[in-house]
Design a protein around this ligand. Structure first.
Ligand SMILES: [Zn+2]
Length: 279
């Protein structure tokens, strides 16, 4: 599932390729992939211009002038990309957006989603706040201060990793960046949030920002089938210190990394570097 750095990379790539491009048509091949009226896209989009592609949490947002917004929720396997010229849509290509031709550029945008959990939500400008998923998102980790970040955990007894994964608590973090940041902060993933000092939480924010920015610089992490808007893989998976490395040696102390379930997700940590009840 793409997390903040992957969706950020996709948004940047799409914005470069799509800014100023005009929609000429839309083919809805799977109406259930539209979160709203499927006929709306073909009716409203032709003649409209893409002005901006951005990210909020793990959602991809496309501003379309005049006065429209498309919200893409990629979830597990959703992908929005420009196919090679002449490439045939596959059986998982659920939406095909057609664009006015521009030399050297693809004139189609595919929304592909094998697992079908993702969706495209058509909206009018100003309706983003009415999108329940969007309205419920917590703050952006890269936009808040360490102080504000530590404040979020006040009075919360839930496990720290569970809170990091909760999109209404803080937006954009999934299993990879939760495990990697907790390892760097030397915090056990199942520690109760209220057992951590404000200093420890400020430290967690520092390494979370660090790991997210490193991943953005590496164009994201490519596990399973993540690719950016141009079909390129990211490189941050080569920097993983704990994610996916259960049973391997800790890069800091050499102990064997452990695995447990936190918030229903496989969690890898070092029992020596991330000990219990350490403030
Ligand atoms: Zn260790």
């Amino acid at each position: 599932m793409p997390e903040l750095p992957e969706v950020h990379t996709i948004a940047c790539g799409l914005e470069t390729a799509l800014q100023g491009r005009e929609f000429t048509g839309v083919e809805v091949r799977r109406p259930a992939s539209v979160d709203g009226d499927p006929s709306w896209l073909a009716k409203e989009l032709p003649g409209k211009i893409i002005t901006r592609v951005w990210r909020r949490g793990k959602a991809l947002i496309m501003d379309v002038e005049p006065k429209l917004v498309l919200g893409f929720h990629l979830r597990m396997t959703g992908r929005l990309y420009l196919p090679e010229p002449g490439a045939e849509p596959g059986k998982h290509t659920h939406l095909i957006f057609r664009l006015a031709p521009k030399s050297g550029q693809s004139d189609r945008l595919f929304f592909e989603d094998p697992r079908t959990f993702g969706s495209c939500r058509p909206m009018r400008q100003g309706e983003l706040a009415d999108w329940p998923f969007f309205a419920a998102l917590g703050p952006e980790p890269l936009d808040i201060s360490a102080q504000e970040f530590a404040g979020l955990f006040k009075g919360r007894s839930a496990k720290v990793k569970g809170l990091l994964l909760d999109q209404t608590f803080i937006a954009g973090i999934g299993n990879i960046y939760a495990d990697e940041s907790l390892f760097r902060a030397k915090i056990r993933p199942d520690a109760g949030a209220d057992s951590l000092s404000a200093e420890k939480l400020r430290g967690l924010h520092k390494v979370l920002v660090e790991v997210l920015n490193e991943a953005i610089a590496a164009c994201g992490s490519s596990i399973s089938d993540y690719r950016d808007a141009q079909g390129n893989a990211g490189a941050f998976q080569n920097e993983f210190r704990v994610y996916g490395r259960a049973g391997e040696a800790c890069m800091a102390c050499g102990s064997k990394l452990s695995a447990m379930k936190v918030a229903g997700r496989t969690t890898v940590y070092c029992s020596r570097c991330q000990p219990k009840r350490r403030k």
